[in-house]
Structures are given as C-alpha cells and as structure tokens.
Design a binder for this molecule. Structure first.
Ligand code: HEC
Ligand code: HEC
Ligand code: HEC
Ligand code: HEC
Ligand code: HEC
Length: 358
C-alpha cells in the first residue's frame, strides 16, 4: 500500500504516471526495448504455460515484467484469455514490460542516483513521493546484472555462460577505464538502452576498414578488418543475433555474382535446444578480425562489394518457426506468429561499400 498522505498520482506505479513529472525519461523509455519486454514472443509462451503456472511465469517475468503487481495482472489476463492494449486505468500492468518502478521502487520507497551535482535530497525538502534514497548503485555495472548476466552455476556451453555480458565487460579495457554499462547505454543519463537492434549504436562500437582491391593474374584480392573498439563486451554479446559479412564481386549492373561471394559469420551459434555450440566467432573487446578475399576475377565483374548484415533476432526467428511447426503448441500460436513476423523484419544492412575493380 502507498504511504498515507500520498496523492493519487504519487501512489501510482505505472510508467505513464511517473512520466507526468519525469517527461524526458518516459519519452526515452517508450522507445527502448525495456518498455516492450512483454512482447508477443514472450506472451505466446506464457499463454501456453496457462494461467495457473505462476512459478513458470516467474522464470520469465522476473526479467521481463518483474513487479509483483504485474505477475498478478498477467495471471488475470491469461485466465480471461485476452491480451489487452495498455490502459492507464490498469495501474501497472504486465503489458508495460520493465517499468520505471521495476528499477526505481522497492517497498514503495523510490531509489535513484545522486543528483547531477552530487547532492542528495534532505529530509527538510518537501518532494513528491517523499524524495528518494540516493545510492551509487545506479552508476554501477552491477545494477544491470540481475537480468543481463547469468549466475556462475547458470546454463553454460563450452564453459561459457549463455548470458555473460557483465563478465565480458569486467575483463575489458572499459572496466579498467571505469566505463560502466550506463556510460554507453544511458549516455547523459538518457533512458535509451540502444543495442543490436540499432544500426547507429552498432556502428559506434566498430571500426571497419576495407583495403583497395588488387587485381593481378586474373585474381581479385582484398582485406577487411573489423575492430571492436567501442562495444563494452563481445560483439555481439548474446547467442541470439547473427552478423554476416559478405564479400563478393558485382557486375556493372550492380548484381552480386553468386559464385564470387564469400561469407563469414560473426556470432555465437548454438543449436535451438541450447545443447551444442556450433561455433563462437564473436569479436571480443579490442580484438581485430581480419578477412582476406582472393578469387578469380569473374567475367563482367566491375566492383568488389562488402556488405555486413545484422539479424538481431536470428535465433528467435528459428525458435518461433520450430514452435509453430509443433502441433502441440496451441494457445500461443497467434502471438508467436506475430513475433515471427516482427523477427523476420528486423535484419538490416549495417555496412555497405562498393569499390570499383579494373
Ligand atoms: C508529482 C510528480 C512526480 C511523480 C508522479 C513522480 N515523481 Fe519522481 N520526482 C519528482 C520530483 C519533483 C523529484 C525531485 C527532483 C530533484 O529534487 O532533483 C523526483 C525525483 C525522482 C527520482 C530521483 C532523481 C535523481 O536525480 O536521482 C527518481 C529516480 C524518481 N523521481 C522516480 C520516479 C518514479 C519511478 C515515479 C513513478 C513510480 C515517479 N518518480 C513519480 C516528481 C515526481
Ligand atoms: C529487470 C531486468 C532488467 C534490468 C535490471 C536491466 N535490463 Fe536490459 N533488458 C531486459 C530485458 C528483458 C530486455 C529485452 C527486452 C525485449 O526485447 O523483450 C532488455 C534489453 C536491453 C537492451 C536492448 C538489447 C537489444 O537487443 O537491442 C539493452 C541495451 C539493455 N537491456 C541494457 C541494459 C542496461 C545497460 C541495464 C542496466 C542499467 C539494464 N539493461 C538493466 C531486462 C533488464
Ligand atoms: C535473466 C533474465 C531473463 C530471463 C529469466 C528471461 N529472459 Fe527473455 N530476454 C532477456 C533479455 C536480456 C533479452 C534480450 C536479449 C536477447 O535478445 O537475447 C530477452 C529476450 C527475449 C525474447 C526475444 C525478444 C522479445 O521480447 O520478443 C523472448 C521471446 C524471450 N526473451 C522470452 C523469454 C521466456 C519465454 C522466458 C522464460 C522461459 C525468458 N525470456 C526469461 C532476459 C531474460
Ligand atoms: C532498467 C532500469 C531502469 C528503468 C526501467 C528506468 N530507469 Fe530511471 N534510471 C536508471 C539508472 C541506472 C539511472 C542512473 C543513470 C546514470 O546515472 O547514469 C536512472 C536515472 C533516473 C533519473 C535521474 C535522471 C537525471 O537526469 O538525473 C530519473 C528521474 C529516472 N531515472 C526516472 C525514471 C522513470 C520516470 C522511468 C520510467 C519512464 C525510469 N527511470 C525507468 C534505471 C532505470
Ligand atoms: C563502451 C560501450 C559499452 C559498454 C561499456 C557496454 N556496452 Fe552494451 N553495447 C554497446 C554497443 C556499441 C552495442 C551494439 C553492438 C552489439 O550488439 O554488440 C551493445 C549491445 C548490447 C546489448 C545488445 C545485445 C547483443 O547481443 O549485443 C546488450 C544487452 C548490452 N549491450 C548490455 C550491456 C551491459 C549489461 C553492459 C555492462 C555490463 C554493457 N552493455 C556495456 C556498447 C557498450
């Protein structure tokens, strides 16, 4: 229950209410995946678990929609068989995903960082929601690990945890130089959390250099170098995205000559049942990956093209396809079909360079 004397607005835990006074944070958060964490891909699986399987729900929503009130709402919604759009009158609902209160409120007490001038509220100051308890935890990478780093005994393959972002960061230059997760993902305290789904964010972490192609003895050769200089962990950190590097010859009409194309995967490629790691070609912080290209020059070749394609949801797309192939999977089909549609739309070309060859 909210403390006595709170106005209705102060008592509310839903993000729209917080946003009435914290407009910038709300505006940013709405554009971030944290606000979309109750996605159709998750919801379809929760539907399949059934309304009463609260422990099974918790195994997912402790990261995706962690407030007790959200668990309650989810159960009611599943029992009704509906997935309504967020309504302000719902209070804080599971549909809001990872909310302001999920990170900032415990037992009705608001927590936050020190002010930008390093001051903290004093008891004499009369502030809404009785001010806040200022703690340095908000500027620490460990703030993020409950959801972005598995425990040491969590699911692992080849001796590496399936979610190991904090550990990858901890042994990197970024940790030594005191650059926590927030410095890149919440620049100037903005609530943006851009990641693999954002082309500009991905580019900001990489240095990509392509040499001029050389043509000699009927062969085209070139080199490509990708350095992870500004991703604070492995590029990419999770097993879920797939990055494909394509180098090939292009005709005068701008068509890739299929036989000339060489492909290189940058990913931690695991089987759908998460039992085997097929390969791990992720680029670690400050590592440089070099790809050499050397092939006969095909008739009609006019240029060498280097293309880097990012599939942010590659693993999920495969997983949704397999789920829909399973006739036993019934109630969640509609939501998972929608998730597959979205996952198939997320790939983008992150880098494209066409260099003429003579
Ligand atoms: C009625 C307006 C109002 C509402 C509603 C409100 N806040 Fe606040 N909040 C404030 C004010 C004013 C401050 C004090 C800012 C200051 O003194 O620097 C504050 C401070 C904070 C701070 C600390 C800021 C800092 O500098 O560290 C956090 C975090 C916070 N609120 C989160 C929330 C959350 C989460 C909600 C919704 C559950 C919420 N607030 C609802 C007005 C509001
Ligand atoms: C309560 C759990 C929780 C906490 C705490 C949390 N996150 Fe997240 N985060 C998630 C979930 C769940 C998603 C995936 C949302 C989705 O796509 O469904 C996510 C997504 C992200 C993404 C987007 C990834 C992409 O694929 O583009 C970034 C970046 C991110 N979080 C960074 C952070 C940082 C930095 C912190 C610490 C300041 C943090 N998160 C704290 C649960 C959390
Ligand atoms: C330890 C925190 C954590 C737990 C527990 C967790 N997730 Fe996630 N989940 C994440 C993060 C972080 C992402 C985003 C990173 C990525 O794309 O892999 C994510 C992404 C997803 C996605 C793809 C993005 C989206 O929202 O459509 C689905 C689907 C998903 N999780 C479903 C589940 C299901 C089902 C469970 C329970 C069986 C679960 N998750 C448990 C943290 C968690
Ligand atoms: C994933 C966790 C997370 C979520 C969700 C989240 N915040 Fe924050 N918030 C943080 C962290 C971490 C900081 C401190 C960032 C820093 O100091 O670099 C912060 C800082 C703030 C501040 C202080 C900003 C400043 O400029 O001094 C306010 C106010 C705030 N959050 C309000 C909100 C509101 C309102 C929402 C929802 C619309 C929200 N937060 C959602 C983690 C979160
Ligand atoms: C030096 C800047 C920097 C730091 C520090 C940093 N990141 Fe990132 N992060 C990035 C960039 C750039 C991307 C986009 C490229 C990518 O997806 O690997 C990214 C992507 C992500 C993603 C998207 C998923 C994926 O597979 O890549 C998540 C989740 C994430 N970061 C979480 C974290 C967490 C948690 C921390 C702290 C332990 C952290 N990041 C520290 C720059 C940083």
């Amino acid at each position: 229950m909210p403390p006595a004397g709170y106005s209705q607005l102060e008592s509310a835990l839903d993000p729209v209410s917080c946003g009435t006074c914290h407009a910038q944070q709300y505006k940013d958060w709405k554009t971030a995946l944290h606000s979309l964490a109750m996605s159709p891909g998750l919801f379809g699986q929760l539907q399949e678990m059934g309304a009463e399987a609260a422990d099974d729900h918790q195994a997912c929503i402790r990261c995706h929609a962690p407030l007790a009130e959200q668990g309650e709402q989810l159960r009611k919604t599943l029992a009704r068989g509906a997935h309504p759009a967020p309504q302000r009158s719902d209070g804080v609902s599971h549909v809001h995903g990872l909310t302001c209160a999920g990170c900032h409120v415990r037992n009705r007490q608001v927590f936050g960082p020190l002010r930008r001038d390093d001051s903290a509220p004093t008891p004499e100051q009369k502030l809404p929601h009785d001010g806040w308890l200022a703690t340095e935890a908000f500027q620490d990478s460990r703030f993020c690990i409950a959801c972005h780093q598995f425990e040491p005994d969590g699911p692992a393959l080849n001796g590496k945890l399936l979610e190991n972002t904090y550990e990858e960061w901890r042994v990197s230059r970024h940790a030594r130089e005191n650059r926590p997760c927030q410095s890149c993902h919440m620049p100037d305290r903005r609530h943006l959390w851009r990641g693999i789904h954002d082309p500009e964010m991905v580019k900001s972490g990489l240095k990509i250099e392509a040499s001029r192609p050389i043509v000699a003895n009927g062969q085209v050769s070139a080199n490509l170098q990708i350095t992870n200089h500004g991703v604070g962990h492995a590029f990419p950190t999770y097993v879920t995205p797939r990055v494909m590097v394509e180098i090939g010859q292009e005709s005068r009409k701008g068509k890739m000559i299929p036989e000339s194309v060489e492909r290189h995967l940058i990913a931690r490629d695991v089987s759908l049942d998460l039992r085997t790691e097929k390969s791990d070609t992720r680029i670690m912080p400050d590592e440089t990956r070099r790809y050499g290209y050397a092939k006969v020059m095909y008739p009609g070749a006019a240029a060498l093209t280097i293309r880097i394609i990012v599939e942010p949801d590659a693993f999920y797309a495969d997983f949704y396809r397999a789920t829909l192939d399973d006739p036993e999977f019934r109630i969640g089909r509609k939501a998972v079909s929608e998730a597959l549609r979205r996952a198939e739309q997320s790939p983008y070309t992150m880098f494209l360079k066409t260099i003429p060859v003579e």
